[in-house]
Write a protein that binds this ligand. Structure first.
Ligand SMILES: [Zn+2]
Ligand SMILES: [Zn+2]
Length: 251
């Protein structure tokens, strides 16, 4: 599988070029996009023809993870005659929120085939996508993405997650763990349902992942200190990802 990082930002950033969560996973002719946060639609369009996406899979309904579905919707509706459609798997309520943004009933359903995510696996072309609930909003999910039918190493994406142990059921030894590290070297402020480096490092070590890809680092946290806080607990490969990064995930 190939992983393209299209956006790796948190909810906001002062860094030019930073854009919201968007991770493109491809295997053969299948392409699954994990989240589509602010500003990432142009990078999606540069990576592949957006109307050919097999599915967009949304982790939770915070705008930094789905707001560029508005751009995708307009693109599919107006760029082609007839318009084209894309499948979207998301927490319940996505359609209502997008329709409200545009103050237009039917805005979403015009071109997006939205399904509610449910815990468990769904096969999307050449990929198996498995969802597990995580502590964040009332309806937040992490995902494991693997080649269809494969027992080998795969990709696990945390979404936003306030409890590292929620990810354990999805992870197998050797996996690539794409994980939020919102609070850098820590600590996570009281009441924030996010992770920090020490929590990620402990998770990566006990789950024996193959490598750790850190993302969603909030403004004001030092990158080197963040990496070190993970490295103190986990001895494998650790990267802080950025838009344009590409990884091959062996299975
Ligand atoms: Zn977020
Ligand atoms: Zn969030």
């Amino acid at each position: 599988m190939d992983l393209d990082v299209l956006g790796a930002g948190p909810a906001y950033s002062d860094r030019p070029g930073s854009s919201g969560a968007a991770y493109l996973v491809r295997e053969d002719d299948t392409s699954v996009l994990l989240d589509l946060g602010q500003g990432s639609f142009p990078r999606l369009a540069a990576a592949l023809e957006p109307s050919t996406l097999s599915a967009v899979v949304v982790s939770h309904l915070h705008p930094d993870h789905f707001i560029d579905l508005v751009a995708l919707r307009h693109y599919l509706r107006w760029q082609f005659k007839p318009s084209r459609r894309v499948r979207v798997i998301a927490p319940a309520g996505l359609t209502t929120r997008l329709d409200a943004l545009h103050d237009e009933p039917g805005f979403t359903a015009a071109v997006l085939d939205v399904e509610d995510v449910a815990p468990g696996s769904v096969r999307i072309g050449a990929l198996d996508v498995t969802a597990a609930r995580v502590t964040h909003t009332a309806d937040s999910h992490a995902y494991r993405v693997a080649p269809a039918g494969s027992d080998g190493p795969a990709l696990v994406y945390s979404g936003d997650c306030g409890r590292a142990a929620d990810l354990d059921p999805l992870i197998r030894p050797g996996d690539t763990l794409l994980v939020e590290v919102s609070f850098g070297p820590g600590p996570v402020v009281a009441g924030a349902n996010h992770l920090d480096g020490p929590a990620v490092g402990a998770l990566a070590a006990r789950a024996r992942v193959g490598c750790v890809l850190l993302t969603h680092l909030q403004m004001g946290y030092d990158e080197a200190a963040t990496l070190e806080s993970v490295r103190e607990r986990y001895s494998g490969d650790i990267r802080l990802v950025a838009p344009g990064d590409r990884f091959t995930i062996a299975s």
